[in-house]
Design a protein around this ligand. Sequence first.
Ligand SMILES: [Fe+2]
Ligand SMILES: [Fe+2]
Length: 195
Amino acid sequence: MDEIVESESGHGPELATMAGYIVNKAAGEPVFKNLEDWKSVEKGLKEDSDRILGGLPGYDKTTGLTVQARRAIAVFDRRKGTDHESVLSSLGSALALEIISNQSLIPGEKLALIDSANYGISIEDPEMHYLKEHWGECGAEQQHERNVVTAIETCSGEVDEQIVRSGVHNFLDALVCLWDVIDAALLNSGYSAAA
Ligand SMILES: [Fe+2]
Ligand SMILES: [Fe+2]
């Protein structure tokens, strides 16, 4: 689990650069002129979130988080608990997160952003380094999924499967709500990718 924490820290700047790069490609013009200035990219993306999601009930303009995003984050707050039940539940949430990341989120990003050819982006573009690092058989997410499975197997004998399952469900329920609300908001945003 320490390996996952280490691997997942400090992605903010790379994710901002990647997101800004995709926005520039989609717009066909440099909306974000300096992609290395990740703070200004984040600021611009936040303004877009405010514009597109700002009308949703409970959207927090300070953090840019929807109610559903806050709920998903709260599931992981349980990591702070060190009692047996909290640890097992957190392992369940981590298992769900890593399986979704490895088998759905990252492959989905590769399919939608690269393989679709909608944006004229290659996974070899330096701005796409985050995706390149996380995608595929040797990617970080594959390793994370194996790490969590090992962590759960390692505590076998004392694992209450019901508690692990509840952690899985808590995260998946929150994630589904988040995706639904984002889907609905984006479908109404008026944007359509150039053919
Ligand atoms: Fe990562
Ligand atoms: Fe991961």
